[in-house]
Design a protein around this ligand. Structure first.
Ligand code: ATP
Length: 256
């Protein structure tokens, strides 16, 4: 049986007096790829922030890898990539390799030296996202899509079991979005890393994800992709708050 790695039970959350999440229950199993979708302001980022332990739910409980969030210490099992990662300017003084290796700082410690093994891990992470040939380049000289791949590599260097991403394709041009998603697909299928991804690119992602969660303050649907695909546009538009059209387009395979 698949092990549960995120378990939300009846989670609610308010900022001051405004309720943003109500009675959210969700179970994410190891190796699953979840697309978390919903309109603007529906609480997606807030829910991720709660899962990451940076906000405390007003009520309900969160368990990560079977442990209560309050006592969960195994942080390196989770990698996080935000929508704001790809924002280095061209003069930023770090190479791609250094950015990826810095993902090990919490393990190695700020003042300690990286081992040969750490450096091999950084290179291996870059290889997985197809960016190893850029290792010695300055991070600021890469495109938004390339920078975001580097940030995925940084999140992978600690060998996480779960990758959480908040709109990672913001700032990536359309041409590169599909291959970016193919890379995520490969990470999930070939490396067995569970993914929880917030996105507005509904069609691209719901084709790739194994599971879909539809949030708009409450959880309107959560389940396997094939059940999500059975919902018609009228149903989806109802909870989304405006008309949604399905245009199925499969992401191409990554060219190595
Ligand atoms: N720090 C905060 N203080 C007060 N209200 C907040 C704060 N952060 C978010 N909100 C409000 O909470 C609601 C949910 O915001 P959240 O960012 O979680 O939604 P979202 O689904 O991620 O939105 P988007 O798709 O636009 O990024 C919104 O109404 C937002 O204005």
């Amino acid at each position: 049986m698949t092990k549960t790695i995120i378990q939300l039970d009846d989670v609610s959350f308010s900022y001051d007096h405004s309720i943003v999440l109500e009675h959210i229950s969700l179970q994410v199993g190891e190796g699953e790829f979840w697309a978390l979708i919903g309109p603007n302001g529906s609480g997606k980022s807030t829910l991720l922030t709660i899962i990451l332990g940076l906000l405390k739910p007003s009520s309900g409980s969160v368990k990560l890898f079977g442990e209560n969030l309050e006592s969960f210490k195994d942080r390196e099992r989770i990698g996080f990539v935000s929508q704001k990662s790809n924002s280095f300017n061209s003069g930023f003084p770090a190479t791609v390799f250094e950015v990826v290796r810095s993902g090990l700082t919490s393990k190695v410690g700020l003042l300690k030296r990286y081992s040969k093994k750490d450096e091999q891990k950084a290179l291996e992470s870059l290889r997985i996202v197809g960016m190893d040939s850029f290792a010695t380049q300055s991070i600021g000289q890469l495109s938004g899509g390339q920078q975001q791949r580097v940030f995925i590599a940084r999140a992978l260097v600690g060998e996480p079991d779960l990758l959480i991403m908040d709109e990672p394709t913001v700032g990536i041009d359309q041409q590169n979005v599909a291959s970016f998603y193919s890379m995520l697909n490969k990470l999930n299928r070939e490396h067995g890393i569970a993914i929880v991804l917030v996105t507005h690119e509904i069609d691209l992602v719901t084709d790739l994800a194994t599971h879909v969660a539809c949030l708009n303050r409450t959880m309107h649907f959560h389940g396997v992709q094939s059940d999500y695909n059975k919902m018609d546009e009228v149903d989806i538009s109802k909870w989304y708050g405006h008309p949604v059209r399905r245009v199925h387009q499969h992401a191409p395979e990554v060219q190595e």
